[in-house]
Write a protein that binds this ligand. Sequence first.
Ligand code: MG
Length: 234
Amino acid sequence: MTQRPLTTIGFDADDTLWQNEQFYRLTELQFTDLLADHAASDIISARLLEAEKRNLRHYGFGIKGFTLSMIETAIEITEGEVPSNVIARILDIGRDLLAHPVETLPHVRQTLEALSGKYLLVLITKGDLFDQERKLAQSGLGDLFDAVEIVSDKNASTYRRIFSKVGDGPERAMMIGNSLKSDIVPALAAGSYGVFVPHELTWSFEHVDEPTEAPRFRKIGHLGELHSVIEALL
Ligand SMILES: [Mg+2]
């Protein structure tokens, strides 16, 4: 019996299944407004990005780490003079971000419904555990997945481990996502297919060059185009 070339499909969550970065951008605007008396918004944003990158190894990805980085940036920008009511506002806008509504992207539900039952579907996402569980529950998509993996980082060994545990190994798996750096390049390195679905807003930290030479690299305009990529493999 010949083996099916593809049995397992991994999906990124933020900005692949539902909107995410747009809520961070709105929060960042509120944050730069709070500190407008101290510095121009582009300066504050640049300092915030530096703090986020510096803190990733301590806090990991997600809103709680982002909130702490906003507080750290406020202390820096005000040279230690930030009033406690501003810190309180930063905590408020961080909590608001943890409660933002879940807006699924076009074609998501139909695509998952069409694939569910035919392939093992795995949600693979970084970020705060509570926040990702909340978003999955509110999206109403949870039942379409065979497994959910909330991980601290996404590298080749992450994909090898998950696709071996949930599926039949990375060679018979595909990863779909909006981040070349987190979703596509490491999945290709693990031996899987990597299907890039660009989102108009992607955090600058996640940008790397497209691996156009990789034989298992694919790129689609939206999730509705995924079925034709899969059919072409069969
Ligand atoms: Mg994403």
